[in-house]
Write a protein that binds this ligand. Structure first.
Ligand SMILES: [Zn+2]
Length: 270
């Protein structure tokens, strides 16, 4: 109780300060979503960004020093997922670990140093009750080009919301029972359809990786929702509406009706 009161006071103090103009420059240069948001949402994004930058521990690995620009660029994208909600600021994520490029996953007990490494290289990973690990080169490229349809930060922080809210293990809290029942049905059918399509070798809207399990499917669908809203709405209107009910935002209003999303290659994300 005392702790949460102190934290609320610290946050109020932080947000009473003017938003640093150089941070606005980072956002305008790196986070294309920011430039598309209406002004009240921009303010909300900036506030959440400040809290995330201040409260998370930012670790550079693989020889990388995490600059202020990197923190702001990453935090602002994570803040996109909190725009429409009164959810807390990823309270179970204490650390964000940034690598210069794709990395072979280090081990938790090793403080995310690289003495012990997994066999697979990836650009991102989210650990339940642990950190988010990110490759900076992918983060920056995708932050600047949301129309490509991918966003590594959105993907990994969607996993964190999933871990916390039990979205794929159960059903998210949508404040409406029939809607929650609908969610389970729509997402399960869409996931099974996608899995079958990937197995048959067909071209698919969602990535092949999204066929791995429902957690990957949800993270991938969240990327599509934020980066290719028009395409998602056109293809899966009901899924779009359900994601809109969960995130309480309407990215279509930010993007207009066109997405230009063809052709970019996708890095591995776990
Ligand atoms: Zn994933």
């Amino acid at each position: 109780m005392l702790f949460s009161w102190l934290r609320a006071r610290r946050r109020r103090k932080l947000l009473a300060e003017p938003f640093p103009p150089r941070w606005v420059a980072f956002l305008e240069r790196n986070v294309r979503h920011y430039t598309r948001l209406p002004s009240p949402e921009q303010v909300c994004l900036c506030n959440t960004t400040r809290v995330l930058v201040a409260e998370k521990r930012w670790l550079g690995r693989g020889g990388l020093f995490v600059t202020e620009e990197m923190r702001v660029t990453i935090a602002a994208q994570a803040a996109l997922l909190l725009l429409g909600s009164d959810r807390d600021f990823y309270p179970r994520v204490r650390e964000v670990v940034v690598f210069p490029t794709e990395f072979r996953t280090p081990v938790a007990g090793d403080d995310w140093e690289d003495d012990f490494l997994s066999d697979t290289a990836s650009a991102g990973q989210a650990v339940d009750r642990g950190p988010v690990l990110l490759a900076w080169d992918t983060v920056l490229a995708e932050a600047r080009e949301p129309d490509a349809g991918y966003n590594l930060v959105v993907h990994e922080f969607a996993h964190q919301l999933d871990f916390r809210d039990g979205i794929t293990a159960n059903t998210p809290d949508l404040g409406d029972r029939p809607l929650e029942t609908r969610w389970r049905y729509v997402m399960t059918v869409a996931f099974e359809d996608h899995r079958r399509a990937v197995k048959s070798g067909a071209d698919t809207f969602f990535t092949p990786h999204a066929a791995d399990d429902e957690m990957e499917f949800f993270a991938d669908a969240t990327e599509a929702f934020y980066c290719r809203p028009a395409d998602l709405k056109g293809l899966h209107a009901e899924m779009y509406d359900l994601l809109s009910a969960y995130y309480r935002v309407d990215p279509l209003a930010w993007f207009g009706t066109e997405n230009d999303n063809e052709g970019d290659s996708l890095s591995v994300r776990l």
